[in-house]
Design a protein around this ligand. Structure first.
Ligand code: ATP
Ligand code: MG
Length: 394
């Protein structure tokens, strides 16, 4: 009897003719994620399921932690394979499995059976009845609940017999890489890492760009962004982080444009540069951590003024979320502690006391004309001196 791990996936299952493409992508992502886990594993697809089989010693917690960080995985169930599938043997294997996975606490359950091997002498309803009775007799804490069982108990008779119970929940979503690539504007704050997590959960591969303004922002502020990229790379896979030195552009805006429009003009240049990198890197969209009305630069008018410089779609996964909800998600994905470290980001230094909240596009464009002589050169040199950092947590 050996333990392997059944990967349950939710949404991929409904993809019709293209299902195999999503499954193959998921298998590929699992294989690459497991390179960072001690031990050797075989990952394979059979009969519409993905199984991870350990081939050497391994640490179960380390393996499970890796598997439940992979988008597309909805649940991971440790499975016992029983080679000798005589029914008595299956039942005793089931008992051992339940004691190992659930322990001897009180719990409710319901049995589900599948008979892939049609020659097997006992049919599915009978397997359910007999296995249910056996569990009730043999495991003192077990109680049946056919409506809302805490544990579903599965018995599958295939070439071998497999038994397993409801497993460890994973984030679900779609395998990263199945929905194209996007460029995330990643700052050191709370929001943008969550935005990156959310978009990647839909299968979008991400790269990131950070606008750095030394000496106004410190090396530590930059390191914080690298650390945040590393935290989300746990879910998204390795991230290429582009660091743009934004100081000269910011100074030029500060010197030549009305101060109540600083933030909005700065954001327009961030978007323009992010878009240049995005096009180079074959990204199909930009992603930000903005949410309506969170700050002056996130009113609908301000968002429209930033969008006006973009030729590609700008996705804002947090657009209708409250700060509280964003913080909860940030905590859940393990980014919050890092996000709240107090290093200044480049926007906090140049913020006006009373920024415009309803910018008029023609006024903004008029103000930007003050930059005409210098801005192309500054953008070009910021772009050419960009630093690329590969960030990976495994
Ligand atoms: P965050 O918590 O993500 O920093 P925020 O509430 O501080 O967001 P803003 O500073 O207005 O909001 O930034 C809005 C969005 O613009 C961020 O979510 C991020 O996507 C992007 N952004 C802001 N500053 C930077 C930066 N220095 N580098 C890259 N992207 C940035
Ligand atoms: Mg910020």
């Amino acid at each position: 009897m050996e333990t392997s791990y059944l990967i349950k996936y939710a949404e991929i299952g409904i993809k019709g003719k293209n299902k195999y493409k999503f499954e193959d992508a998921l298998v590929k992502n699992i294989i690459s994620r497991l390179r960072g886990v001690e031990g050797e594993f075989r990952v394979h697809k059979e009969q519409g399921r993905i199984l991870v089989m350990p081939l050497s010693d391994y640490d179960r917690d380390e393996l499970l932690t890796a598997l439940i960080h992979i988008f597309g995985v909805a649940q991971v169930c440790p499975v016992t394979a029983i080679e000798d599938k005589s029914f008595d043997n299956v039942l005793s294997g089931l008992k051992d499995h339940i004691l190992r996975e659930i322990g001897d606490k009180e719990f409710t359950f319901k049995v589900f059976a599948k008979r892939g091997d049609k020659k097997y002498p006992i049919d599915s309803p009978e397997i359910c009845r007999e296995a249910g009775k056996y569990i009730l007799d043999e495991i003192p804490g077990a109680k049946v609940d056919v409506h809302h069982p805490e544990y579903k108990v599965f018995v599958e008779i295939r070439r071998e017999a497999y038994v397993y119970v409801s497993g460890v929940p994973a984030p679900g979503g779609m395998p990263v890489g199945t929905a194209g690539k996007a460029m995330l504007l990643l700052s050191g704050g709370i929001d943008s890492p969550v935005a990156g997590y959310r978009i990647a959960k839909r299968g979008v591969k991400i790269e990131a760009v950070y606008f750095h303004a030394p000496p106004y922002t410190s090396e530590r502020a930059k390191q914080k962004v690298v650390d945040l990229a590393k935290i989300i790379s746990e879910y998204t896979g390795p991230i290429l982080l582009h660091v743009i030195n934004f100081t000269d552009i910011q100074m030029a805006i500060y010197e030549k444009c009305p101060h109540d429009e600083l933030t909005i003009i700065m954001r327009r240049y961030m978007m323009k540069i992010a878009q240049m990198i995005a096009k180079d890197r074959e990204c199909l969209a930009l992603v930000t951590g903005e949410s309506i009305a969170q700050v002056a630069s996130q009113t609908m008018q301000s968002l429209a003024a930033t969008d006006a410089v973009c030729e590609m779609p700008v996705f804002r996964p947090l657009i209708a979320m409250d700060k509280k909800e964003i913080i909860e998600e940030s905590e859940k994905i393990g980014a919050y502690e890092t996000s709240i470290l107090p290093y200044e980001d480049c926007c906090t230094i140049f913020v006006a006391k009373h920024p415009v909240t309803k910018p008029k596009l023609d006024r903004i464009e008029e103000s930007e004309k003050n930059l005409t002589d210098v801005i192309d050169g500054l953008v070009k040199s910021a772009y050419e001196t960009k630093e690329d950092i590969w960030v990976s947590s495994f």
